[in-house]
Ligand binder design. Structure first.
Ligand code: ADP
Length: 803
């Protein structure tokens, strides 16, 4: 298969990771790999001989964005031969002038992870919108013998891809009738294999949870809001932020949920009240009356009222200034949202999606649909491109027809949940929603090491409690704190800034309740705790197990009890993610980017980076995928002399293949407990000794920095989601016990449960069921979903081929 990849439409972080993954997976699977520069425009312009005068006079109008102007720097595998790729038809030194469809090799895409935007260029192509333009594009592809295309772009680009796919047989027929291609070419190119990946910061494509680039844009937005917090509070100001999103309010919504806004305007759900100005002012006035010194309002670029009249940031500012007398400023985030280094998510998932795209193309037949590769709850997922395009158009149409309920129903369930979550956690109601008899006293506790998102989850639970009329009780410093009576009520305003804060606002402790279970039970009684929400890692899971077993003896534990997994190690059985792990991966990515940068000065250096994670290799493995590490050591697999010997050999071959003077810093990641004997220090020394004149080795221990400073937006958003689901769970199970006498209460085993994410769905698992899936001795799950990714890390540096 001859495979080409292009990026189109608006650029987004993660596009480079896609190109890298497609090129490398293509080469590994025996394909010839090409890139198309400048999106569909490059496809239409095609190749004219570089040395001939350019027929289209192109090179001056479009920037050559590739890093290496020769754009060919092939990897020689093991025996030194040029394998599969690299025909040498673009000899080094030759520029890309007039060439838009270019063959690329393995090393051309090296180190592309850390760069934002798209290095192969993108453009908006008017010509491709015309039938003549697409005819020329088809001709150019056939001329180069390319029969498979990966398109990474937004809904416009994927609509274009869908049209191109549908038209292909007619295009081929026309080209034949014009004698531009031969019968042989017609036979070979009867079917265009095409697959779409959604690169868009807006997250505006249906049937995928997250588009490539949207998480990075959300990082930029949250950073901006976090920074505005302090000045807003200092001056008691209001800020109106304009956020990107023409037809989709995802960025505004998630910015509002994760960074904590007072009011948001999104296209899918215009304010219900008429006039909306009254509703906004009333809400904000109530928050101010409650003591809030800052006000944040987020306006999506495409926001409008129920009559589709645009709502502009400047107008919102005028309303706040005139009606509430607030000192109000407008901040338009603009292109800042597009830019910057991709976050961990936008490195890992575009890579996995790129790999799946190549598989989808290899599996494609004229009878299978063309796919769009998307995401569903933490997993790569394929849907027919036609369906995704159709559904996306349907949302835009529903908005145009002012059918906002339909627009909301067509968005993913997560979007709808997040909107409910926003209202539940941001708006202070006039009166509690539940009648007094349904109100509960909810104890909230953090356990184990601090993890990003713990505070956001707690804030969401507290705000939800207050909205309903429940009493949120902070139990400081875990079970030890409970025994010391460190229990106090939390307020709506008191938790206001918690989303931004790392660490644990409640304080954590690792003491398990079985130290003195009877005393714990009596404290539950003393403080009238009617439900327990625990946020933490493996200790929390163990504690819940103890409390559940304690129900045999203590009626105080016959209450709903919930565990939200939060630990950077991500070692809680059965759940695919825990709060804090995304923050931690981002801390790892940040550290490794800086390390690699320092290595660009002293080129031939291997950095052996030690990560935390206990007996679980999640952070090490996913971190290795996110930074493009060459080797990863995990406790699950361990280290022995044979492995080390091979690794030294791998590094020697790899450095030996580098072009002189063009070596790069390489990263090896070692999980802290991968081996008692082959410590990070020992491994570094071995590499240093064996590297000789080829490479040097240095040790970097990331230690507690991996807990991260500011929690990542995704951890905050998941925190809110998990907390609200937990509260609904608590209310449901409390209802079953309501009205029963203290000693007669019999809580079901299901009412002591852990909230988990499994195969694309949130599931509640009773804690007693979790036990059989846990490796209790090693404090980790038994069959982690990510374990096979170590092999992926290795294949992306061609380990099997090199050794
Ligand atoms: P995005 O992909 O980010 O939504 P655009 O809507 O600008 O960005 O689309 C990018 C490119 O995709 C366009 O410049 C055009 O070349 C192509 N494209 C978009 N819509 C169509 C269409 N209906 N037919 C053909 N090509 C299209």
């Amino acid at each position: 298969m001859k495979l080409a990849v292009l990026t189109s439409g608006g650029d987004s972080a993660g596009m480079n990771a896609v190109v890298r993954a497609v090129v490398r997976a293509g080469i590994l699977k025996g394909c010839e790999t090409w890139i198309v520069r400048e999106g569909y425009e490059g496809l239409v312009r095609g190749n004219v001989d570089a040395d001939a005068p350019s027929a289209h006079n192109l090179a001056t109008t479009l920037d050559v964005k590739v890093r290496d102007p020769s754009f060919i720097n092939n990897l020689r595998f093991g025996d030194g031969s040029l394998l599969r790729d690299g025909t040498g038809d673009h000899p080094a030194g030759r520029t890309l002038k007039g060439r838009y469809i270019v063959r690329v090799g393995w090393d051309d895409v090296r180190g592309w992870f850390a760069e934002g935007g798209t290095l192969i260029g993108t453009a908006r192509s008017q010509t491709f919108r015309t039938p003549e333009g697409r005819l020329t594009a088809a001709y150019n592809l056939i001329k180069e013998g390319i029969d498979a295309l990966v398109v990474c772009g937004g809904d416009g680009s994927l609509t274009g891809a869908d049209i191109f796919r549908a038209e292909w047989p007619t295009l081929v027929e026309t080209l034949r009738s014009q004698d531009r291609i031969t019968d042989e070419q017609v036979a070979r190119h009867g079917h265009l294999k095409i697959v779409g990946l959604v690169g868009s910061i807006d997250n505006d494509m249906s049937l995928t949870d997250l588009t490539i680039g949207a998480p990075t844009a959300l990082h930029r937005i949250c950073e901006a809001i976090d920074n505005i917090h302090s000045t807003a509070i200092s001056h008691s100001r209001a800020f109106v932020l304009e956020v990107m999103g023409r037809h989709c309010g995802w960025l505004s919504l998630m910015g509002g949920v994760s960074a904590g806004a007072d009011f948001i305007f999104i296209p899918e759900r215009p304010p219900k009240a008429n006039p909306w100005e009254d509703e906004m002012c009333e809400t904000i006035h109530r928050h101010r009356e409650n003591g809030k010194r800052k006000t944040i309002v987020i306006v999506a670029e495409g926001a409008h009222d129920a009559n589709l009249k645009p709502i502009r940031a400047d107008y919102v500012k005028d309303v706040l200034t005139e009606r509430l007398g607030l000192d109000t400023r407008v901040t338009t985030l603009g292109h800042i949202q597009r830019g910057g280094r991709p976050c961990a998510w936008d490195r890992i998932w575009p890579t996995l999606q790129g790999l799946d795209a190549v598989d989808a193309l290899l599996e494609a037949t004229p009878d299978t649909p063309s796919y769009m590769i998307g995401m569903r709850e933490n997993r790569v997922y394929r849907v027919p491109l036609v369906e995704a395009v159709k559904m996306t158009k349907a949302v835009a149409e529903a908005i145009e027809n002012q059918d906002f309920d339909k627009a909301m129903s067509l968005r993913d369930p997560e979007f709808r949940e997040s909107l409910e979550g926003f209202f539940a956690t941001s708006t202070l109601e006039k009166n509690p929603l539940l009648p007094p008899e349904k109100r509960i006293r909810v104890g909230i506790m953090h356990m184990g090491a601090p993890a990003g998102g713990m505070n956001a989850a707690t804030r969401a639970a507290v705000r939800y409690c207050i909205r309903q009329g429940h009493k949120p009780l902070a139990i400081s410093n875990g079970f030890r704190g409970l025994l010391d009576d460190s229990v106090h009520e939390l307020s709506w305003l008191g938790v206001d800034n918690w989303t931004v804060r790392g660490g644990s606002e409640l304080g954590t402790n690792r003491t398990l309740p079985d130290r003195d279970l009877g005393a714990v039970a009596s404290k539950f009684q003393e403080h009238h705790i009617q439900a327990l929400l625990m946020i933490g890692g493996f200790e929390t899971f163990s504690s819940l197990l103890i409390l559940e077993a304690g129900r045999k003896y203590y009626p105080a534990f016959h209450i709903p009890m919930v565990h939200i997994p939060a630990t950077i190690s991500n070692n809680v059985p059965m759940t695919e993610i825990s709060l804090g792990s995304d923050t931690s991966l981002n801390a790892l990515v940040d550290a490794c980017d800086s390390i690699k940068q320092s290595a660009s000065a002293s080129r031939n250096r291997v950095f052996v980076v030690e990560t935390q994670g206990g007996m679980c290799g999640y952070i090490a493995t996913m971190g290795a995928l996110a930074v493009g590490a060459n080797i990863v050591y995990t406790p699950e697999i361990g280290i022995n002399l044979d492995i080390l010997r091979e690794d030294v050999k791998l590094l020697k071959i790899r450095y030996g293949l580098d072009e002189k003077g063009k070596s790069e810093g390489r990263v090896v990641i070692r999980s802290e407990k991968a081996s008692d004997i082959y410590t990070t220090e020992v491994i570094t020394k071995i590499f240093k000794e064996e590297g000789g004149s080829l490479f040097d080795a240095r040790l970097v221990s990331l230690g507690h920095t991996l807990q991260g400073g500011v929690p990542s937006p995704l951890d905050r958003a998941y925190g809110v989601r998990f907390a609200l689901k937990s509260m609904a769970f608590i209310e449901k199970h409390h209802e079953q016990l309501r009205g029963k006498k203290f000693r007669e209460r019999q809580a079901s085993p299901e009412s002591a449960a852990v909230i988990t994410l499994q195969s694309s769905a949130i599931k509640w698992v009773p804690v007693i069921e979790m036990v059989e899936h846990g490796d209790i001795k090693n404090r980790r799950g038994k069959d982690p979903w990510w374990i096979g990714y170590k092999e992926l890390v290795e294949s992306l540096v061609a380990r099997p081929q090199l050794l």
